[in-house]
Design a protein. Structure first.
Length: 572
C-alpha cells in the first residue's frame, strides 16, 4: 500500500470517527431535551448544553408564539445585554406586526454579529414553525472562540433541533392546557345540566369559570330591567364576596358596554380602555387590571354578563380565553333559561293548586251558606210540620208551602253551584247562551239584579278561549257578590273589529285598586291576579277601574280578547 493511500485511509477513518462522535453528541443532546415536558425546562436545558459544550458565555431564547417564552443564562456585561435586548425586540416587533415567513431553512444559517465596544460576538438563529418565524436563539462568544468547521455545523443542527423541540413542546403544552380546560368546561356543562336550582346554576358557573380561565375573580351579572342596572349576582375568587350585590348602571363600564351592545370584549390593559369605569373598584378596593367579558343572551336578548377579571399569569387573557368565556356564557344562558322555566312551571303549579284550593273553599262556603242552610231549614220545617200535624193539622198546609219554597231555593243554589263548576251549555252552545243561562241562575238565587247586554251575534270562538272568558266573568261577579254589596251588575259584550270586548260593571262600594294590588300578598286573595293571568293566556288584556268614593262608586272590569277561529286556542 502506498503512503498516499495510507494517508487517505487515515483521514477517512478520522472523518468517520468525528462523524460518529458528532452523531453521538447529537443523540445525547436530543435525549437530554426529550426528558423535558414543558417549554421552560427544555429551554434552560438547551442553553446549559450550549454554554457547556460549545464555549458560549451566555445565551438567550425568545419564543413569541403560544405560550410565550423568554429564558437567559450566563453573566453578561451591560453592552452585551443591550445588544441582545435590541435584537430580540426587533424580532418580536417583526413577528407581532404580521406573519413572517422564510422561503427555506437552509437559506438562513446562523448569523454572526460583532458587539461594539466589547470583545464578544453574537450568533443568532431564528426559530421556525413550518417556515414561519416564531422566535430566536442568541449565543454570546468571546472573540476568536466561535465554533467553526464541523463544530459549527453541529451547532447549527443543534440550534435547529432546539427550535423544533421548543415549538413541539409548546404545542403539546397548549394541547394539555386545552384538554384541562375542556375537562373543566365539561364539568361546567355537567354541573349546569345536573340542577334546575337557579342559585346553584349561577354559583357553579362562576366557580368553574374561575378555574377554566385561571382568573382572580369571575362575576356573573344579571340585568335589572326595571332599574336599568347590572347586578353582581354571583362572584367567585378574590374579593368575590365584596362584589356580590354591587350594582352598576346599564351601559357603564366594560360590562355595561357588553350588556348594551351584546358583544364580547377582551381588554388586558383595562384602565386604558375608554369604556372602563373604576367606580366598582373604588367602592370595593379591588384593582382591575385585565378583563374578558361576554354577554349572556336568550333568543337574542341580553339578560346578563359573564366577566373574568385579572388573569393570574403575566401575559393576560388571550383569544382562547375569549372563546371559552363566550362558550361558558352561552351554556349559562341555556341553564338559566331552563332553571327559570322550571321555576315558572313550579310557580304555575303552585298557583293552580292554590286556585283549586280556593275553588274548593268557595264551593264549601257556597254550600254551607246557601244549600246547607236551606237543607237545615227544611229539616227543621219537617220537624215542625210533624208536630203541627199532631196538634194543629189545619196549619200544615201553610208550613208545606214554606217548605216547598225553601226546597226550590235550595235546588236553585245547588244548580248554580254545579253550573259554575261545569257549565255544560258553554261546551254545547257557546259563550252567549252560557252567559244567558248564568244570568238566569243568578237572578233566581242572588239579591242583586243582573243585566246582560249583547250587541249582535257573538262570533264562534275556540272552546278553551270561551271557557277562559266565562271564568273571568265568574270571578268578577263573585268579587261583586262578596265585596261590593251592589244592587246591580251589568254584563256587556260587543265586537270591535277583530276584538271581543267584555265589560263587567257594578254599582257597589268599590275599592282602591292600587292599595289592593300593593297588599295582595298579605290579603291572601288572588281574584284580580286570576283575571289578569287568564286574560294573558288568551292573548287578551284587562283593565280594572274602581271608585270607593261616593257618589260614583262601583267597579268596572274591561276585557279585550282577539277573535280567533275555532282551530286557535290559548297560548301554550
Amino acid at each position: 500500500m502506498s503512503k498516499a493511500n495510507g494517508a487517505r485511509n487515515k483521514v477517512k477513518v478520522n472523518d468517520n470517527a468525528a462523524l460518529l462522535a458528532g452523531n453521538l453528541r447529537c443523540l445525547e443532546y436530543f435525549l437530554a431535551l426529550q426528558a423535558h415536558r414543558e417549554p421552560q425546562g427544555l429551554a434552560q436545558e438547551a442553553l446549559s448544553i450550549l454554554l457547556r459544550d460549545f464555549g458560549a458565555v451566555a445565551g438567550s431564547l425568545l419564543y413569541v408564539d403560544q405560550p410565550p417564552l423568554h429564558v437567559r443564562l450566563g453573566t453578561l456585561p451591560a453592552p452585551v445585554t443591550a445588544h441582545l435586548d435590541q435584537w430580540e425586540k426587533s424580532i418580536k416587533d417583526r413577528i407581532t406586526a404580521g406573519p413572517w415567513h422564510i422561503a427555506s431553512e437552509k437559506a438562513l444559517p446562523p448569523a454572526l454579529q460583532p458587539i461594539a465596544q466589547t470583545n464578544h460576538i453574537a450568533l443568532y438563529s431564528l426559530i421556525l414553525n413550518k417556515q414561519r418565524v416564531v422566535g430566536s436563539i442568541g449565543l454570546i462568544f468571546p472573540q476568536g472562540q466561535v465554533p467553526s468547521g464541523k463544530e459549527r455545523l453541529l451547532l447549527s443542527l443543534f440550534l435547529r433541533a432546539i427550535g423544533n423541540a421548543v415549538q413541539i413542546i409548546s404545542e403539546l403544552t397548549i394541547t394539555r392546557e386545552r384538554l384541562s380546560q375542556l375537562s373543566l368546561f365539561y364539568q361546567v356543562a355537567q354541573s349546569m345540566a345536573s340542577t334546575l336550582d337557579l342559585s346553584k346554576v349561577l354559583d357553579d358557573t362562576t366557580q368553574l369559570a374561575t378555574a377554566v380561565l385561571d382568573a382572580s375573580v369571575v362575576a356573573l351579572m344579571l340585568v335589572d330591567e326595571k332599574n336599568q342596572e347590572l347586578v353582581f349576582e354571583y362572584a367567585s375568587g378574590e374579593m368575590g364576596r365584596m362584589l356580590r350585590k354591587q350594582r352598576t348602571p346599564l351601559g357603564e363600564g366594560i360590562a355595561g358596554w357588553v350588556a348594551t351592545h351584546g358583544e364580547p370584549v377582551l381588554a388586558n390593559n383595562a384602565r386604558e380602555d375608554p369604556r372602563f369605569s373604576d367606580k366598582v373598584d373604588t367602592r370595593t378596593g379591588f384593582l382591575t387590571r385585565s378583563i374578558v367579558c361576554a354577554p349572556i343572551q336568550i333568543r337574542g336578548k341580553v339578560i346578563g354578563v359573564l366577566e373574568a377579571l385579572n388573569k393570574r399569569n403575566e401575559q393576560g387573557f388571550d383569544e382562547e380565553d375569549l372563546r371559552l368565556i363566550v362558550t361558558t356564557a352561552n351554556q349559562a344562558a341555556l341553564a338559566i333559561e331552563n332553571a327559570r322555566l322550571y321555576q315558572s312551571l313550579r310557580d304555575e303549579r303552585d298557583r293552580i293548586i292554590q286556585a283549586q284550593e280556593n275553588v274548593r273553599r268557595q264551593v264549601a262556603r257556597n254550600l254551607h251558606d246557601g244549600t246547607v242552610q236551606f237543607l237545615s231549614a227544611i229539616s227543621m220545617g219537617i220537624d215542625h210540620l210533624e208536630r203541627l200535624l199532631k196538634v194543629k193539622p189545619e196549619a200544615a198546609l201553610a208550613e208545606l208551602d214554606a217548605l216547598r219554597k225553601l226546597t226550590h231555593q235550595a235546588t236553585r243554589q245547588a244548580r248554580l253551584a254545579l253550573f259554575e263548576l261545569r257549565p255544560l251549555i258553554l261546551e254545547t252552545q257557546g259563550l252567549g247562551p252560557a252567559l244567558e243561562a248564568y244570568v238566569e241562575q243568578l237572578q233566581n238565587s242572588e239579591p242583586f239584579n243582573v243585566h246582560l247586554e249583547m250587541e249582535g251575534e257573538l262570533p264562534e270562538m275556540d272552546k278553551s278561549v270561551e271557557a277562559t272568558i266565562f271564568a273571568i266573568v265568574q270571578e268578577a261577579v263573585t268579587n261583586a257578590k262578596k265585596h261590593a254589596d251592589a244592587q246591580d251588575v251589568w254584563l256587556r259584550l260587543s265586537v270591535e273589529g277583530d276584538w271581543l270586548k267584555l265589560i263587567i260593571e257594578d254599582n257597589g262600594k268599590g275599592f282602591d285598586t292600587a292599595e289592593i294590588e300593593e297588599k295582595y300578598d298579605r290579603l291572601g286573595s288572588i281574584g284580580l291576579l286570576n283575571m289578569r293571568e287568564r286574560a294573558e293566556l288568551i292573548d287578551g288584556h284587562i283593565q280594572i277601574a274602581s271608585n270607593p268614593h261616593p257618589p260614583n262608586t262601583g267597579t268596572r272590569v274591561t276585557l279585550h280578547v282577539p277573535i280567533r277561529l275555532p282551530s286557535g286556542g290559548p297560548k301554550q
